[in-house]
Structures are given as structure tokens and as C-alpha cells.
Design a protein around this ligand. Structure first.
Ligand code: PLP
Length: 455
């Protein structure tokens, strides 16, 4: 394997600009976006093959959403929730509750995904205190996982690099392995493995002391940390059973998998899951406004309201402009039947990804639901030996695709068992032809990667 890392054609490093971000990596200035495309100031076109970080579910610059936002802007862009209720928030909450599992009808709006997951664990904790269970505070999470970047949401994120830096400032919560059943080399069936992974939660609860455990948080379909990982079907009901047995709340982080992306409104709907609390963001605002939400049943919310209210709330919570955007996004999702399109296009995209896997045997797995798909790359598909991290295979692949005008997503978690992976998650308006265009670029980029790294 050749290990020398060549700078990718599109990566310009240099001093950070006045606003600074993740690294010294500089990208072209964006000019405008429409549908599944971005255009940059220097006149180049990019296909948004990952909806940004799985955000732009209904596509960019949707006319009806922009018009709804303009109408709201002419009325008011801000009204503080302690002073006024506002119509867009009321209507969006009603619309949303209608799309969620029966009884999940108490909605609390926030401004993003980290705040959504953090407010879920705060709601759970406040419920426990209000119902006389103050010893319950541990939130078990999966490793690897990503639930956000604020210190509270980071405490339930399974990622060694983040934990190493911030541990002194927060409490790292107990973890169980993410259900990477496809990797296991044993004689068990996938369904047996699903049960085994779920039972690890029970073992963890026992080890931690069941009376101290408050909740378990998971993404029903994995996102950034596990590249669209789907557990065997047996996993989901078993997790519910275990949570019920110990009186533990089940929190579903649907920040990435929710809002229709997987071909159902929630990722958990594929298994008729009955989570106690759900976090949403990303696709809910679809990039038109910073928006997130938590949803819970009245039985969890009532005890808090009876004892002083939810001790959480930020200035922009339930912002009328953001909620007007969210309401219009849901309206467009229904009008254009985008959830059905996501389910239909999944078959096309999966078939194409499977064909790429045949062509490039270093792709060990392709997976996902709807338009949340991922592929995992290894040095040896037999033993699953990972590609040498020094070769930065994921970043190279993303850069090669970017240089060809396609944005795909990939992230490597320190300490994670998953290898190099990439995710393809275009806006739900994508057509068969556009999928073909994306796949052709991914194929060329994989070809370049294979040659460079001798894969
Ligand atoms: N939860 C999940 C599953 C996510 O994928 C993310 C972001 O990628 C977050 C939470 C945090 O969301 P945000 O970046 O909007 O704070």
C-alpha cells in the first residue's frame, strides 16, 4: 500500500478566515443553491449528494417554503416564548404530532440537533426527579455514536477523540457496542446477533446498577458515527423490552434519520418502535432555518409542568420564522410525496451501490434505509482489516468526489470499530437520472482511490 498522502486537488489549506471552523481546510465560496445543486462564486456546480450533513431533505430553494418564510417575515420574525405563543409553532407542533407515533404529542422546539438530544436527557432527568426517582441519572449510549457537540450532548456521544479532550469538563456516560452485526464472524444468524447486541444493554444496566440508570439513547438507523448502520430486526423490540423491564426511558435520536429521510417519517417507524422521547432536527428545518424538536407523551411532560416547568429553554426556542419554515417543509414533503420518493429511490441507489461493491471489492458493506445510505471500505474484505488510517482513505475519497463536483459525507470515529466509510444521502427530490450521475462520479472517485492506495 502506498502511504504518501497527496494533497487533494480541491483542498486548499492556509490561515483560517475571520470566521473559523473545523480546520484550516478552505472551500470555495458558495453563491446559490437550487434543488440538489450548489453553485460557487467561481461558477462551479456541485451535486449535494449528502444534503449537506443530511439536512436539505426537501432540496434547496423550494419556492413554497421561501414564500411561506417571506409571509411570516412580514408579520414577525421573533416573539419570545415567555411573552407570547405564536401560530407557526402551534401549527407545526400539531402537524408534527400527527406524523409521530400515537401519543407523542407534546412538542418542545429548539434550534438544532445538539440542543434536541440534550433537551431529551434533561426532560428524562426532570421527569425522574419529579416522579420520585432522583437516583436515576445515567444515560447509556452506544459506541461509536454521535449525539451532538455541546457538553451535555457530547457526554452521550461515543467517540474517544472528543472524550479525551473534554472529559475533565463533563461526565462521560456508559456505552454499549453499536450493533455492527454484519462484521461478526460467528455461527449465529443475524437475528440471534441482534438479540445478543440488545442483551449487552441489559448487562450494562446490571453492571451500572439498574436503580441508577435513567435512559438509553440510540439512533434507530446510524448516522455520522456508523454510516447508516441498521441493526438486525430482532434488536429493536428486544431493546424496548429491556427498557420496560428496568423502567428506563428509550430515547430515539432521529436528528439525522427523521423527517422522512429513510422512507418513513421516523427511522424507528420501520420497526414500529415505541420510543419514550424522540429528538428531531436537520430535515425538520431542511436547511431553511435552524430548527429542532423533542417529542414526548403527556405522561412524561405532566409531572414536570406540575412541578415548576421544564428547566430548559433558549432565546430562540419556538422561533416563529423557524417554525414557519418547518411547517412549510412538512407541507412540501406531503405535497410532493417525498417520503414515498425516498423509499422508491432507495432501491435505485442501493442497486447502484451494490454494483459499485462488486466492482470495488474493498467495499465490505453497503447499507441503509431510504436515502440514508452508507458504505464501508476496508483493506481486506475477508478479514475486515482496516485501511491504514495514515492514508486517510475517507477524506481522499470525499476530496476526489468534490473535485468532480459531488459532495458525499464521511467521518471516522476514534476508537470506533467501523472502518473508512462514506455516506450517500441526497435530497428526497432526487430522480433516477440524478442518482446515475452521482454514482458515476463516485465510481470514478473510487477508481482513483483504488489506484492511489493500491486497494
Ligand atoms: N444527533 C445526531 C444523530 C446527529 O447526526 C447530529 C449532527 O450531526 C446531532 C445530533 C447534532 O446536531 P447539530 O449539529 O445540529 O447540533
Amino acid at each position: 500500500m502506498k502511504l504518501e498522502v497527496q494533497p487533494s486537488p480541491d483542498t486548499q489549506s492556509g490561515p483560517p478566515s475571520h470566521p473559523f471552523y473545523l480546520s484550516s481546510l478552505r472551500r470555495p465560496l458558495v453563491d446559490r443553491a437550487e434543488g440538489i445543486y450548489f453553485w460557487t462564486k467561481d461558477g462551479r456546480r456541485f451535486i449535494d449528494g449528502s444534503s449537506g450533513p443530511m439536512v436539505a431533505n426537501i432540496g434547496h430553494s423550494n419556492r413554497n417554503v421561501l414564500d411561506a418564510m417571506k409571509r411570516q417575515m412580514k408579520k414577525t420574525t421573533f416573539a419570545y416564548r415567555l411573552h407570547f405563543e405564536n401560530e407557526p409553532a402551534e401549527e407545526l407542533a400539531r402537524e408534527l404530532a400527527g406524523k409521530l407515533p400515537e401519543g407523542m404529542d407534546r412538542i418542545f422546539f429548539v434550534s438544532g440537533g445538539s440542543e434536541a438530544t440534550e433537551s431529551c436527557i434533561k426532560l428524562a432527568r426532570q421527569w425522574a426527579v419529579a416522579t420520585g426517582q432522583p437516583k436515576r441519572w445515567k444515560v447509556i449510549t452506544r459506541f461509536p455514536s454521535y449525539h451532538g457537540g455541546t457538553l451535555g450532548s457530547l457526554s452521550i456521544t461515543g467517540d474517544d477523540a472528543l472524550a479525551e479532550t473534554f472529559t475533565p469538563m463533563m461526565r462521560v456516560m456508559p456505552t454499549v457496542p453499536a450493533p455492527t452485526a454484519w462484521r461478526d464472524r460467528d455461527n449465529l444468524s443475524m437475528e440471534q446477533r441482534g438479540i445478543r447486541y440488545a442483551d449487552m444493554l441489559e448487562e450494562k444496566i446490571q453492571a451500572e446498577g439498574p436503580e441508577s440508570v435513567l435512559a438509553f439513547i440510540m439512533e434507530p438507523i446510524g448516522g455520522a458515527a456508523t454510516a447508516a448502520l441498521v441493526a438486525p430486526d430482532s434488536y429493536y423490540p428486544r431493546i424496548r423490552e429491556i427498557c420496560d423491564r428496568y423502567g428506563i426511558l428509550l430515547i430515539h435520536d432521529e436528528v439525522m434519520s427523521g423527517a422522512g429521510r429513510t422512507g418513513k417519517f421516523l427511522g424507528g417507524d420501520h420497526w414500529n418502535c415505541r420510543p419514550d422521547i424522540v429528538a428531531l432536527s436537520k430535515g425538520l428545518g431542511s436547511g431553511y432555518a435552524p430548527l429542532g424538536a423533542l417529542a414526548a407523551p403527556m405522561r412524561l411532560v405532566e409531572p414536570l409542568l406540575a412541578s415548576g416547568g421544564f428547566q430548559h429553554g433558549h432565546t430562540y426556542a419556538g422561533n416563529p420564522l423557524a417554525c414557519a419554515a418547518g411547517l412549510a417543509v412538512l407541507g412540501e414533503m406531503d405535497r410532493l410525496d417525498l417520503i414515498a420518493n425516498a423509499a422508491a429511490m432507495r432501491d435505485v441507489l442501493m442497486a447502484e451501490l451494490k454494483a459499485l461493491q462488486k466492482r470495488f471489492p474493498f467495499i465490505a458493506d453497503v447499507r441503509g434505509k431510504g436515502l440514508l445510505t452508507g458504505a464501508e471500505m476496508v483493506a481486506d474484505p475477508e478479514t475486515l482489516r482496516p485501511i491504514d488510517p495514515a492514508s486517510k482513505a475517507t477524506q481522499r475519497l470525499l476530496d476526489h468526489a468534490y473535485a468532480r463536483g459531488l459532495i458525499i459525507y464521511g467521518r471516522k470515529v476514534k476508537g470506533g470499530v467501523n472502518g473508512d466509510n462514506f455516506m450517500v444521502a441526497p435530497p428526497m427530490i432526487i430522480t433516477r437520472e440524478q442518482i446515475g450521475e452521482m454514482i458515476s462520479i463516485i465510481g470514478d472517485s473510487l477508481e482513483t482511490l483504488a489506484q492511489e492506495l493500491d486497494l
